[in-house]
Design a protein around this ligand. Sequence first.
Ligand code: ARG
Length: 469
Amino acid sequence: MAQLWGGRFTSATDRSAYEFNASSSFDKKMYREDIAGSIAHAKMLGKCGIIPADESEKIIEGLIKIREDLETDALHITDEYEDIHSFVESVLTSRIGDAGKKLHTGRSRNDQVALDMKLYTRNQIKLTDRGIFDLQKTLLGIIKNNTQTFMPGFTHLQKAQPVTLSHHMSAYFEMFIRDRERLDSIMNRMNTCPLGSGALAGTTYPLDREYTARLLLFDRGPTRNSMDSVSDRDYLIEFLSALSIIMMHLSRFCEEIIIWNSNDYGFVEIDDRYSTGSSIMPQKKNPDIAELVRGKTGRVYGSLMSLLTTMKGIPLAYDKDMQEDKEPAFDAMKTVTDCLREFNGMLSTMHFNNAVMEESAKQGFTNATDVADYLVKKGIPFRDAHSISGRLVLKAISLSTSLDGLSLSDYKEESEAFEEDIYEAISLRTCVEKRSTYGAPGIESMEKIIAYYDDYLKKGAEEYSDMQI
Ligand code: ARG
């Protein structure tokens, strides 16, 4: 049992209480962040003359070596350490001697863990953003290739009006734009450094907090209140909330893909690489990946609820309850990056059955609104036109045909305003092309949106050209 405290204790912690309290088994994930924070702190202590410059250098070299050894598997984080902070400090001291004991001058594990968690989250936000960016690239490819792929648009899961595959996919592209904007705003709000806040009330040493904030790339400088700094997990709750919304979007998308991939729809076929079979039914090819992404949404929502609940009754400042932020948060972060990657793989290899979608758009009277609009152009009030079109739908149902299948005399029985040009006016192509308002599926309006997306993705492409993941 390796602890950083013990002076005021007369007996050791009960073994199982120790294990119950320890966090190294899961906070070891943050070793890079912990070491980065310690390096910045040691640099600042040396620069401010709080510890001798040569000892500051020794500490920094020691920390760099520990990081190297962990990365090359020459050193392992074992459960005998209470947490990642105890591990790094203990190993450092055992390696460099007394100088190692000075690292924690003017610092508490409370500001240390607040910093580690912020650094870890910052990195995860970037990884999530990258995952969405990659998915948007796939989506834009589909959008560009399908401005003339007609399909039914639905409301209430009933065929409503014809749209294009391009337009349908662009709805998801928009959701993912908002997701990335949310991540960006969280990143901006959390861009302050808690290091130097001490346990809760700052320290008596002349720390240069501006300096450590700069070293750790917190653009908005140090946090302004030491009590808030050590007990703030708002940014994490915001991130979990943004992750939940991303999952909600992916889940809706998955739900549609599952429906489209079903035998009766046949709009798409998920590639073999992203499908699974049944152990008993030889004919089956199941959309497991889509179902799993949909299923994992509950798990991510759970993490958000868990942290919100953990935080709701905590008096200022730090309380150990806050250690409970890590496992659900780490789980949610990994779940979402995994889901984004697998979903993207599934989408980019998925086959769209354009002919089936187009045939489906022709069924179900998706052009009934256009019949009414035709009459409106001939001077008939919309409400009357709506009713005439409805009667024509009834007539088509009774004759087992579509609106295009009715004869001109069928039309004229309902209104003398109908002419031969009704057929052209309600063809699938016309129905889509006439929808030319900004944001509508019409081919020309879609071209404008595509140009916007091209421009939008350029920014991410520059940012991610050299990102290591
Ligand atoms: N493992 C702790 C956590 O995750 C680190 C901070 C410990 N601080 C303390 N005062 N016990 O929150």
